[in-house]
Every structure is written in structure tokens, then in C-alpha cells.
Ligand binder design. Structure first.
Ligand SMILES: C[S@@+](CC[C@H](N)C(=O)[O-])C[C@H]1O[C@@H](n2cnc3c(N)ncnc32)[C@H](O)[C@@H]1O
Length: 412
């Protein structure tokens, strides 16, 4: 536990200076730097219900605003097409992308008319898993559907003001079962480490999950840096470690670990964290992030400002920042370790022969802790490091939240 605390403390201190955002009015830097393809991320910031734990950017759904928003998204897509961006993978996240299903289907058709997509992943919630929606999502080329279940425990659903699936857990299970086998990957998002969550409560949830024919399960530790959950309660870390170990043991060997928080039975490439599977991504929509060519950008966090500026043919950015070579290499190291492997040849191609000079201290430390192993030109995360990497992921998300706060300040 001590080693883990030290590593996360040192790494977060090192990362802090890079997380600065400068205001940006024009989109001079927002253009493709190469002929390659990026991942396209689209943010849909609407939810019918606001859950108190959620740290993502969202507002309460209103039909009028959502209709204008979806229209503006099409306009922004045309703008970035004109700038020369090209995409083969698409991730639509939120919020709840399926709040206005017809608008989503029309958006998907529109994107397909602009680019030939290979993989499309969409987030949704259990009560949107209707026969009609599933059929249309499939027809629109969605091959990965990620369903936010979070918990099957009614007490926790109550505590977090999550009403949608509280009424009938049997119904939720039936809905999820009905969605299995349609897409290449059906994922469910779960959260663990609720206050007072015991091993037997967790055990009951995993038993339910194991009865369902899922392809993937994402288990996030409850993060206390979002909207309303500001304070980390006592006993949080110890319980987190214990429950996490239980999850990894109980899901194995049926499910294998794709990242420390993602477990797959049937792995087809995409996971909830598109930033792990894609080096560079372009985000569009209010509250989205982009990272490419060493720069990161955030879009405005005001939905009205977003619609207004897109209609003036402007990419509605809020801020941008720059990662120098050292920061880029460290960022890459972290992301590679999350996904389990860092290939030295690939790193040399990207950063030159001497890239190890930038990260030898981190690697040595991780080696001493026996959290990584080196074999045949590759660096692998070791099973012993799983919990440490989960912690690093949690800290990484804290930075993302910090970023959201900075961007909100820069938005109108
Ligand atoms: C963008 S959210 C999608 C939420 C979706 N609208 C729903 O209601 O299920 C993506 C995932 O982030 C996770 N998440 C959000 N806030 C979290 C927090 N505070 N701690 C841990 N995981 C969180 C949830 O598992 C959620 O499914």
C-alpha cells in the first residue's frame, strides 16, 4: 500500500505542470497533422436523470435543446471534414447518447456518408434497450454497445439518485439479455467501492453478471472527485483494494483482463476508454476533449455557446495545451501500461532511439516493485501491478476532472 501511495503521489506531482489550459478563440491549431486516421469522439451531454456520483459533463435533457444540439453536431462534422480530418473509428459517449434515438440514428447515417468507419461504439442505459433501438443501432453500423448498469443494489441506486433501473432489477436483466449477441461487443459498466459495500454484496452482483451472456464488463472504482462527492470517506482505499482483488479473482478465468478495469470474454478491440486504444483522438460536441499532434483541446462546456458558434462556422473550442516530448513519452508509457504492453520498437519509431532516457527512472522504479517485466523488446505490466495501475487510472481521471473544471471556467 505504501509503495502504491508513493508512486501515485510522485507521478501526479510530475504530471501537474502539464495540465494547463490556455484560452483559445480561433482554431488555428485544430487541423490534422498527418494523413493517418484518428478516432472520432462525439459527446452527447444530456441525461434524463442526473446521478450524484457522475463527474462527466451533462445537463438535464430537454428535447428542444437536444434537437438543436444534434443539428449543430452535423454542422461541426462538416467543418472538420473540410479541415481534412479522417476517421475510421467512432466512439459516442455522454451523458446518454440514446436520449433522442432518431437524432442519434440520423447522426450515425450522416457520419457514414462522410467517412468509412470500421468500429462504432455507443454508450446507453438499460431502459433504452428497446427492440426498436437495438435494431436501428445495429442497422446504423454500431458494433459495440456499452450499457451503464453501475450496480444491481437498490440501496446504492437510491443513494446516488439513480432512478432509471431501480424499479425492477429483473426487467434490467431481461433487457440486457435481449441486447446480448446482437453486436460484436456488449459491455456493461459497473462501479464498485460504494461506502459500506461488503464482499458479499459485491459477490451477489458478480453472480448476476456471470449469469448474463455478456462480452465485456468494465468495473470502475467509485471516484470521489466529481460533482457532489467531494470527500473521500475513511477506509476507502483499503476497501477498494480488497474489493478489486475479489473482482479480478471472481471474473477469472471466464473473463480475461484487457485493462486493469476492463474484463473481456470476447475481445474485439474497443473498450470504454478509447484513449487507451487510440493514440490520438479528435473530440467534437460540447465538453469534449481532443489530443493530437502533441496538443490537447477542450471544446466549450456551454451548450448554447456550442450551438451558436458552430452555426457561425467556428470550431467552438475553450482551451488548449501542449505536451513536450518528455510529457508525450510519459503519457504514452502510462497508456501502454494500462493496456498491458509497451513495444520498444514502436516507441523508437515515434520518439527516436533514446526515448528510454526520458522514462528510465519510472521504469526502474516499476521494475523494483515487480509491477512490470521486460521480455523480447517489450515491457509488460505484471499481474502484481494491476491494483497500482487501477490507482493510476483513478488519478488520471482526477486530472481529467480537473481539466473539466478549467475548461468550464474558460467557457461562456
Ligand atoms: C459517461 S458515463 C455514462 C453514464 C450513462 N449515462 C449511465 O447513466 O449509465 C460512463 C461511465 O463512467 C462511470 N462513472 C461515472 N462517474 C463515475 C464515478 N464517480 N466513479 C466511477 N465511475 C464513474 C460509470 O460507470 C459510467 O457508466
Amino acid at each position: 500500500m505504501l509503495a502504491e501511495t508513493i508512486v501515485t503521489h510522485v507521478l501526479t506531482r510530475q504530471a501537474r505542470p502539464y495540465f494547463r489550459l490556455k484560452p483559445v478563440k480561433e482554431s488555428v491549431l485544430f487541423k490534422p497533422d498527418r494523413h493517418g486516421k484518428y478516432l472520432l469522439y462525439i459527446h452527447i451531454p444530456f441525461c434524463e436523470n442526473i446521478c450524484t456520483y457522475c463527474s462527466f459533463f451533462k445537463v438535464k435533457y430537454s428535447k428542444g435543446q437536444a434537437v438543436s444540439y444534434f443539428k449543430a453536431l452535423k454542422k461541426e462534422l462538416s467543418l472538420i471534414k473540410k479541415l481534412g480530418f479522417s476517421f475510421d473509428d467512432l466512439y459516442i459517449g455522454g451523458g446518454t447518447p440514446t436520449v433522442l434515438p432518431e437524432a442519434l440514428f440520423s447522426l450515425l447515417d450522416f457520419i457514414r456518408s462522410l467517412w468509412a468507419l470500421k468500429q462504432v461504439s455507443v454508450e446507453t442505459i438499460p431502459h433504452h434497450l428497446t427492440g426498436d433501438n437495438l435494431k436501428r443501432l445495429k442497422e446504423c453500423g454500431v458494433n459495440r454497445l456499452s450499457v451503464g448498469v453501475q450496480t444491481f443494489n437498490k440501496g446504492f441506486l437510491d443513494r446516488f439518485n439513480r432512478w432509471m433501473n431501480k424499479s425492477d432489477m429483473e426487467e434490467v436483466k431481461i433487457k440486457i439479455k435481449g441486447a446480448c449477441g446482437i453486436f460484436d461487443t456488449l459491455n456493461v459498466d459497473m462501479i464498485f467501492n460504494f461506502q459500506n459495500q461488503t464482499l458479499s454484496m459485491l459477490d451477489a452482483e458478480i453472480n448476476i453478471l456471470k449469469e448474463l451472456p455478456l462480452d465485456q464488463i468494465t468495473y470502475y472504482p467509485l471516484m470521489y472527485n466529481g460533482n457532489l462527492l467531494k470527500f473521500t470517506p475513511r477506509g476507502y482505499s483499503r476497501r477498494e483494494k480488497r474489493l478489486y482483488r475479489y473482482i479480478t479473482e471472481k471474473l477469472s478465468p471466464e473473463y480475461s483482463m484487457t485493462t486493469p478495469w476492463n474484463f473481456s470474454r470476447n475481445h474485439h478491440g474497443m473498450i470504454d476508454e478509447y484513449i487507451i486504444t487510440h493514440d490520438e483522438y479528435v473530440g467534437i460536441g460540447a465538453g469534449s476533449f481532443s489530443y493530437f499532434n502533441g496538443h490537447f483541446f477542450t471544446h466549450t462546456f456551454s451548450i448554447d455557446d456550442y450551438i451558436k458558434r458552430v452555426n457561425e462556422s467556428v470550431i467552438p473550442l475553450a482551451g488548449y495545451g501542449f505536451f513536450n516530448k518528455k510529457a508525450r513519452i510519459k503519457y504514452d508509457l502510462l497508456i501502454r501500461l494500462f493496456s498491458g504492453m509497451l513495444d520498444k520498437t514502436e516507441m523508437k519509431r515515434k520518439y527516436g532511439r533514446f526515448f528510454l532516457l526520458y522514462i528510465w527512472k519510472e521504469l526502474l522504479f516499476l521494475l523494483l516493485l515487480r509491477t512490470i517485466t521486460i521480455r523480447g523488446g517489450r515491457i509488460y505490466s505484471a499481474a502484481r501491478g494491476n491494483y497500482l495501475f487501477l490507482l493510476l487510472m483513478r488519478h488520471f481521471f482526477s486530472f481529467v476532472n480537473y481539466f473539466r473544471e478549467l475548461s468550464k471556467k474558460l467557457s461562456h
